[in-house]
Write a protein that binds this ligand. Structure first.
Ligand code: HEM
Length: 411
């Protein structure tokens, strides 16, 4: 393209031309635009794509900065598989378990080169393992931002919105866990919601608000479904859009000590790294769903005894803490310690007053943060090793009205 022609075509939009100096072909293109040109003139999408591809990255950005885009891809998978599941799921206590059983067993097709594929189970598997991998990647992303000190001025709000996203994600898994309405779902939700009931003063009202009654029942299921498919997705979309806007506005912080060298555009090097990480991240989810598809236990039975509730693995630390608390100290595990950690996360950018992002210059923040991370990690590991697998008997934290499981675990 000649230098003269470059001036005619706007860099923001290849078809947005100035009125004068048009060549015949450009005039013809404006008179009879292709669909892509027509859309470009109205949406300016190419300018948007270009702006993001040309985004300048500070020298020294690494593989650690790929986690945010992996999160976006995993989120897209969660939304797509979640919408597909919601087309077959029924949220009543009489039909929820049967509808998930149908999803698990009712969509098998034979494809000559792949053999038989159980599509319902595959989609459910991607959704179930996707949520676990999403939590792992979110934790890695948080750790990266924490150790890099990337939450400091002017990125305090980027961090704050991120913390809210993290809470919303925990809400997604808590509400989603009940939906199959099997034994593990029922009892894990009973223990989880009991925790809310321990809050002094408002505990009983909170319990009724969350459960829709005094026990986990049909209203709890309807309420959790509404939160899982309406309230939380709406919150997540708004918060993620705000997060990405803030990330773009303030750009990536780069290494803790600025490195010498010119900035580099996002395309092609960083995009290549992102693509590799996305490929492996999504690959892990599909692999897990294929080798160990999610099962379904017997239908929820509120009168069962001796079943040890086993929550999702990322709640095991909290659950373990509740188990080891001496009688009368439960509030420490249900409210005080989780509350201090949550408020600490929210206030982190304001608690850390050091000017430098280097870990050596923020010693007390790094030491206390590492101690909390180790504590959560060890408690989770202890919970993982000590809580029996689903359907087994054992001694979990006290659950009101526990009764025997109704039937064997099905797969
Ligand atoms: C849906 C979940 C999330 C998505 C899609 C997301 C996306 C992103 C992306 C694309 C970036 C830029 C690339 C990178 O640094 O990896 C980023 C940076 C950042 N994220 Fe997230 N994020 C999410 C959750 C979180 C959470 C839970 C936190 C903190 C609690 C957080 C805090 C930050 C901060 C402070 C930055 C700026 C880092 C810097 O400038 O170096 N994000 N995020």
């Amino acid at each position: 393209m000649s230098e003269d022609k470059k001036q005619v075509i706007s860099p923001e939009s290849p078809v947005e031309t100035q009125a004068q100096n048009l060549t015949d072909s450009e005039q013809a293109r404006l008179d009879r635009p292709k669909l892509s040109d027509w859309l470009e003139l109205r949406l300016g999408w190419w300018g948007f794509v270009r702006k993001n591809l040309d985004e300048q990255m500070p020298a020294g950005v690494s593989w650690w900065q790929t986690l945010g885009n992996l999160l976006m891809t995993l989120l897209a998978f969660q939304f797509i598989t979640g919408i597909a599941l919601s087309m077959y799921y029924s949220s009543g206590p009489e039909s929820a378990h049967a509808s998930v059983k149908h999803i698990n067993e009712g969509f098998i097709s034979n494809i000559p080169i792949f053999g038989s594929i159980n599509w319902g189970l595959a989609v459910r598997g991607i959704h179930v393992y996707g949520s676990s991998v999403l939590v792992c990647v979110t934790v890695l992303h948080i750790l990266r931002v924490f150790f890099w000190g990337s939450y400091k001025k002017p990125r305090e709000l980027t961090w704050l919105v991120g913390v809210l996203i993290f809470f919303v994600m925990l809400g997604f898994s808590f509400t989603g866990y009940l939906l199959p309405w099997d034994q593990k779902a029922y009892w894990a939700t009973t223990v989880g919601t009991n925790m809310a009931g321990t809050i002094p003063g408002i505990g009983d009202s909170m319990l009724i608000l969350i459960r829709g009654g005094s026990e986990v029942g049909s209203l709890t299921l309807t309420r959790f479904y509404a939160a899982h498919v309406m309230i939380l997705p709406a919150a997540l979309i708004i918060l993620t859009a705000l997060h990405l806007y803030l990330v773009r506005k303030h750009h990536i912080a780069g290494p803790v000590l600025p490195q010498k060298g010119a900035t580099v555009p996002f395309w092609p090097n960083q995009l290549f790294k992102d693509a590799v990480v996305v490929f492996f991240g999504v690959g892990i989810v599909i692999y897990l769903a294929a080798v160990n598809p999610p099962g379904l236990e017997g239908v929820a039975n509120p009168t069962g005894t001796d079943l040890v509730p086993r929550p999702e693995w990322y709640y095991l630390g909290l659950y373990e803490m509740l188990k080891i608390m001496p009688a009368g100290w439960e509030l420490m595990a249900t409210l005080i310690i989780p509350g201090i950690v949550s408020v600490g996360m929210i206030l982190l950018p304001w608690l850390d007053k050091s000017k430098s992002r280097h870990p050596a210059m923020r010693q007390w923040i790094i030491i206390s943060g590492t101690a909390i991370i180790l504590m959560i990690g060890l408690m989770t590991l202890k919970g993982y090793l000590e809580t029996p697998v689903h359907g087994e008997e054992g001694h979990g934290p006290a659950v009101e009205g526990q009764a025997a499981p109704d039937g064997e675990a099905e797969h």
